[in-house]
Design a protein around this ligand. Structure first.
Ligand SMILES: NC(=O)c1ccc[n+]([C@@H]2O[C@H](COP(=O)([O-])OP(=O)(O)OC[C@H]3O[C@@H](n4cnc5c(N)ncnc54)[C@H](O)[C@@H]3O)[C@@H](O)[C@H]2O)c1
Ligand SMILES: [Zn+2]
Ligand SMILES: [Zn+2]
Length: 368
């Protein structure tokens, strides 16, 4: 298939606003899927990654919670056909040791497949005036009207479902739900403390509420976010409203001695240090946030109390398995995340960025 002209939302430099441009998009290669994007969620990772890239990695197209309709598939693609409705998620090679063990988030080719801005052979799917425009972000770069994706990161969904309400299942909702359901595996006797209740943190709260976790505590600096967590039955802790009490003491009190499970989505070093301190003996902290390269951990506390501090990509989920599972949970009422979504037109993307930062909304979904 020949290349198509399409509109993308591009970043021309690390600190630049999102702008719209017309570009050429290659037709799908043998292993590729051409998707007409209907909606894409905005995840904090779309905002953080550009600030971490060198100037030579621009112009670049981000967006990694895409949902759309398949327009064409390459000759080697099976299981996906034109007309299918798909959600796009992270890529993996599906053959390295981690992938073979089902842990696709830790694929040995993950960086190349999701973050390098190009295909494995160094080519880019997008170009303007013959010059390359970087993309291939999470194998989709779905801040675009059309995206090139792959069978390993596309999940076919029921065509009767509204794609605008499904886009965030490809990353933000999956990272939160997977942390609780796959990594921590909590039950009624447990407590979960979520540090940072934006889209990822609230998805963790929603999954925990659905799983009947005994005590859920939300820590955030934005009152609107604590209120949203409270709607799932979570106890809110606002660090600025504690007076002489520390966050660690407030969390220990709310959980009856410490969290058996905790999730951090703030990536603020001091918050991570407190989160490890406020674990119960043998409790586990899951580090999800992207940003802080380092934080301090009390090694004696860690050793004496058998605590675990570990990271996770997408809550250790395989999107091909986890997305259908989350959709079934939502349908049964056990993963109530639809209320977190606010649709925006794609041309309102810079407003959506401002609104998520202020706490006015939780999960913007951009719609063409
Ligand atoms: N590991 C993964 O697979 C994965 C997947 C998706 C997102 N992420 C990362 O998770 C993080 C959260 O993403 P999001 O889209 O939910 O972002 P978000 O901006 O919606 O949420 C972050 C929340 O943290 C709160 N916060 C900030 N500083 C705080 C502090 N000092 N104390 C308490 N709360 C504080 C904010 O008020 C906000 O509610 C980002 O770093 C993102 O890159 C990781
Ligand atoms: Zn792999
Ligand atoms: Zn994301």
């Amino acid at each position: 298939m020949r290349s198509v002209q399409t509109t993308v939302v591009v970043k021309n430099g690390p600190d630049q606003a999102f702008t719209f441009e017309e570009v050429d998009l290659d037709g799908p290669r043998a292993d590729e899927v051409l998707v007409r994007v209907v909606a894409t969620g905005l995840c904090h990772t779309d905002l953080t990654v550009p600030t971490m890239l060198p100037p030579e990695m621009f112009p670049n197209v981000f967006g990694h919670e895409g949902a759309g309709v398949v327009e064409a598939v390459g000759s080697d693609v099976s299981g996906i056909a034109p007309g299918d409705h798909v959600l796009m998620s992270l890529r993996s090679c599906r053959s390295c040791p981690s992938c073979a063990a089902g842990h696709v988030g830790y694929c040995e080719s993950s960086l190349l497949l999701n973050y390098m801005g190009m295909r494995m052979d160094g080519s880019t799917a997008y170009s303007r005036g013959g010059a390359p425009v970087l993309g291939s972000f999470f194998g989709q770069s779905s801040f675009s009207q059309h995206a090139i994706a792959y069978a390993d990161n596309c999940v076919v969904v029921d065509a009767s479902l509204d794609l605008t309400r499904l886009a965030p299942y490809g990353c933000g909702f999956m990272a939160g739900a997977g942390s609780v359901l796959n990594v921590l595996d909590l039950g009624p006797a447990d407590s979960l403390v979520v540090y940072g209740v934006g889209a990822v943190g609230l998805a963790a709260v929603a999954a925990a509420a659905g799983a009947g976790v005994g005590t859920i505590v939300a820590v955030d600096v934005l009152p609107s976010r604590l209120e949203a967590a409270g709607q799932y039955g979570a106890v809110g802790v606002d660090p600025s409203a504690l007076g002489d009490t520390s966050v660690v003491d407030a969390v220990k009190e709310a959980t009856g001695g410490g969290a058996t499970g905790a999730v951090d989505s703030t990536s603020v070093p001091a918050v991570l240090t407190d989160a490890a301190r406020a674990l119960a003996p043998r409790g586990t902290l899951v580090v999800l946030g992207l940003g802080a390269p380092e934080f301090a951990v009390d090694a004696i506390d860690l050793m004496q109390n058998g605590k675990i501090v570990r990271g996770s990509v997408e809550g250790d989920s395989d999107p091909l398995e986890m997305i259908p599972r989350m959709l079934a949970l939502t349908a049964s009422g056990a993963f109530d995340v639809d209320r977190l979504i606010t649709p925006y037109r794609f041309d309102e993307i810079n407003q959506a960025v401002a609104d998520v930062a202020s706490g006015a909304v939780v999960k913007p979904v951009l719609v063409w």
